[in-house]
Design a protein around this ligand. Structure first.
Ligand code: ADP
Ligand code: MG
Length: 567
C-alpha cells in the first residue's frame, strides 16, 4: 500500500492540514497505530496494553513494513508516504495522510519500532527518546511492523492527571479495537489487556463473525444484514447489520458508523438510523447497528477534524437518505412494523399537588431518577380497581375521577424502591440460580464488569470469570427471579464507565425494568389490587424510575365537561 516513499510534506500542504493534538489518551495511540497497520495492508493486527495503556501499548502487524532508509523520516512532523500534493487531499483513501501520529506519539512516550519490508534480510530497529532517535539496530522479524510505546505521558503530567481509571481507559481501548474489527472483518484482530485475551477475530471476511466476537453470540443472533439495493443511488452503498427491534440498548454506544471503513461519529447519521426505527422502539431505547457507508473518496472530506472523528459529506442529504432508506427497508423486509397510533395527548399525567400534602420534600427516600429534584410527589389516593384495558393498564376509580395505571411503569416504581431500600441496608436478597449460567459480554463490557465485580456482588449478582469474555453467574437479586437478569446486567454495562453510586442507581433502574410485570400481561383483580396497594405506599408513586408517568387521571370535572353536563 505504501507506494510512495516517505517524504516531508512541503509547507503549502502541511499548513492546509487541520493539524491537531492527536494523542489525547491511550486509546488515541491505539487508534493511530492500528490505522497505520491497516494502511500498510495488514491482514493481522495484534494489540497489547498494560496499565491502562500508560505502561505499554504494542501494536504488531504483518503489513508492508517501513523501508530501513525511511525509518527516521517517519518520525518527522508531516512525514507521510500517503500524500504528496494538495490535490491528493481531495481523494484520501488511507487513514493517515497528515504524517502527525508517529512524531506526536514519540513526543509523549518512549517508542521502539521494529519493522521489516518484503525481501529485507532482517528487521530494522529504531528507538526514540523524547521524540529523538536514540538507537538503531537489527533484529529478526517477519514482514511487518511492531510499534512499542512505553511510559505514555510520563513527561506530560497534565495529560496524565486527565486520564481516568485503568478500567475506563481499557474500555476506551477495547472500543477502538472492536470498532476496527467490525469495519475490517477480513483482518484478524487480537487485543490483550494486562495479559488477558479480550478480543480475537478470525478475519473470515464475514461481518457476522466479527460481530459475534465483539458482541457475543447471543446479541449477534439479533442482528440482521442490511439489504442493499441493487442500484445504489449516487454511488452511495450502505451495508452492515442492524438489530431487530426486540434487541435494543439503553444508549447510542452500540451504533457504529463507518465511512469508507473509517469510524466516525455523526449526529445526523445517528439520527437517520434512529428515525428508521420510528415507532418500533420504546422511548429511551436505541438500536444496535453497524453501518458501513461506501462512497467515492471525493464525496467526503475527512480533513475537518483533528482526530478525523467527524467527516463532511459533499451531499449530506443524500447520505442521510441512503442510510435511512437502507435501514428502513431492512426492517420492513425482515420485521413486522406495527401500526402507529396517535399519542394520547388529551389527558395529562397526574400533576403534583400545588402544596405538598405530606412530609417536607426532604424525606430520605431514594433519589428520584425521573421527576425534577425537589418536586415532592403527593401520595396517591386509595384506588378501587375496576378492571384492565389492553392487558396493560389498570383502570381504577379514585375520589376525584378515573385513574389509568400503567402496570409495567407502576411495578417498576415499586420494585425500584424496594431494591434501593435493600441496597441501602446492605441486605439485598439473593436467589441462587439452579445452574450457574454463563454470561457473555463485549470486550468493553468485560473490562467494566471486571472493574465493578464488587459493586455487582453488593447488588446481588455473584459473577466469576469464565473463559475469555464470559462470566459464570451464580446468584441474582431475588427481585429479579422470573425477570430477564441478563438483559438487566447488559443494560447496566451499556451505560459505560461510571462511579459506584451511578452504577448502583443504574442497577436499580435496570433491575426494576426487567423484573416488572410486562405490558400485555393479563392480571387478575387480586394482582391488580396488590400492585396498587404497593404503589400507594411508594415514596414517588407518580413516575417510573425512568421518569415516565405511572398514572393518568381523568378528573370527574373533565368527564362532566366532556359529556356536556357542565359548561
Ligand atoms: P500518516 O499515517 O499520516 O502518514 P504517521 O505518522 O502515522 O503518518 O506515519 C508516518 C509514515 O510512517 C506513514 O506514512 C507510513 O509510511 C509509515 N508507517 C507508519 N506505521 C507504519 C506501519 N505499521 N507499517 C508500514 N508503514 C508505516
Ligand atoms: Mg498514521
Amino acid at each position: 500500500m505504501a507506494a510512495m516513499p516517505i517524504q516531508v510534506l512541503d509547507e503549502a500542504v502541511a499548513t492546509r492540514i487541520a493539524a491537531g493534538e492527536v494523542v489525547e489518551r491511550p486509546a488515541s495511540v491505539v487508534k493511530e497505530l492500528v490505522e497505520n497497520a491497516l494502511d500498510a495492508g495488514a491482514r493481522t493486527v495484534s494489540v497489547e496494553t498494560e496499565g491502562g495503556g500508560v505502561n505499554l501499548i504494542r501494536v504488531s502487524d504483518d503489513g508492508a513494513g517501513i523501508p530501513a532508509a525511511e525509518l527516521e523520516t517517519a518520525f518527522q512532523r508531516y512525514a507521510t508516504s500517503k500524500l504528496s500534493s494538495v490535490a491528493d487531499l481531495a481523494r484520501v483513501s488511507t487513514f493517515g495522510f497528515r504524517g502527525e501520529a508517529l512524531p506526536s506519539i514519540a513526543a509523549v512516550a518512549e517508542v521502539e519500532v521494529v519493522t521489516c519490508t518484503a525481501g529485507a534480510p532482517a528487521g530494522e530497529v529504531l528507538r526514540l527518546h523524547q521524540g529523538q532517535p536514540a538507537g538503531r539496530g537489527q533484529r529478526a522479524r517477519a514482514r511487518g511492523t511492531t510499534v512499542t510505546v512505553r511510559g505514555l505521558f510520563q513527561t506530560v503530567p497534565a495529560r496524565l492527571k486527565f486520564l481516568k481509571s485503568n478500567a475506563t481507559e481499557n474500555a476506551h481501548i477495547a472500543r477502538v479495537v472492536s470498532g476496527y474489527a467490525l469495519a475490517f472483518p477480513g483482518v484478524r484482530f487480537s487485543l490483550r489487556i494486562d495479559g488477558r485475551h479480550v478480543l480475537a477475530t478470525g478475519g473470515s471476511g464475514r461481518l457476522i463473525d466479527a460481530a459475534i466476537e465483539v458482541y457475543g453470540v447471543e446479541v449477534a443472533r439479533g442482528l440482521m444484514p442490511i439489504a442493499a439495493p441493487a442500484m445504489p443511488p449516487g454511488g452511495i452503498t450502505i451495508s452492515g447489520m442492524i438489530s431487530q427491534p426486540s434487541l435494543t440498548r439503553a444508549n447510542r454506544d452500540s451504533l457504529s458508523l463507518f465511512v469508507n471503513r473509517r469510524a466516525i461519529s455523526s449526529r445526523p447519521l445517528a439520527y437517520a438510523v434512529e428515525e428508521a426505527y420510528h415507532g418500533l422502539l420504546m422511548p429511551g431505547r436505541h438500536p444496535l447497528a453497524i453501518i458501513n457507508i461506501s462512497l467515492p473518496p471525493e464525496e467526503v472530506d475527512v480533513n475537518v477534524h483533528p482526530t478525523k472523528a467527524e467527516v463532511k459529506f459533499r451531499d449530506e442529504r443524500a447520505v442521510f437518505t441512503a442510510v435511512q432508506r437502507a435501514v428502513r427497508a431492512t426492517l420492513v423486509a425482515q420485521a413486522p412494523v406495527p401500526r402507529m397510533e396517535e399519542p394520547l395527548a388529551t389527558y395529562r399525567a397526574v400533576p403534583p399537588a400545588a402544596r405538598p400534602l405530606w412530609g417536607t420534600g426532604r424525606e430520605q427516600h431514594p433519589p428520584p431518577a425521573g421527576p425534577p429534584a425537589g418536586t415532592p410527589s403527593p401520595p396517591l389516593p386509595a384506588l378501587r380497581v375496576l378492571g384492565q384495558v389492553a392487558s396493560t393498564y389498570i383502570v381504577a376509580e379514585g375520589p376525584d375521577g378515573l385513574y389509568l395505571v400503567d402496570q409495567h411503569a407502576a411495578h417498576e416504581r415499586v420494585l425500584y424502591e424496594k431494591y434501593r431500600r435493600q441496597l441501602a441496608a446492605h441486605r439485598v436478597e439473593v436467589q441462587p440460580l439452579l445452574k450457574p449460567t454463563p454470561f457473555e459480554v463485549s470486550p468493553a463490557g468485560a473490562e467494566l464488569l471486571r472493574a465493578n465485580l464488587a459493586t455487582l456482588a453488593e447488588a446481588g449478582f455473584s459473577l466469576e470469570p469464565f473463559g475469555e469474555h464470559s462470566y459464570l453467574v451464580r446468584t441474582i437479586p431475588a427481585l429479579l427471579s422470573g425477570g430477564d437478569w441478563a438483559a438487566a446486567v447488559r443494560e447496566v454495562l451499556d451505560g459505560g464507565p461510571a462511579g459506584t453510586e451511578d452504577w448502583t442507581e443504574r442497577m436499580a433502574v435496570s433491575l426494576a425494568c426487567h423484573a416488572a410485570v410486562r405490558a400485555g400481561k393479563t392480571l387478575n383483580l387480586a394482582e391488580m389490587r396488590h400492585l396498587l396497594r404497593e404503589l400507594e405506599q411508594a415514596s414517588l408513586p407518580r413516575t417510573c424510575p425512568h421518569g415516565r408517568p405511572t398514572v393518568l387521571r381523568i378528573g370527574n370535572d373533565h368527564l362532566e365537561r366532556e359529556f356536556g353536563r357542565r359548561g
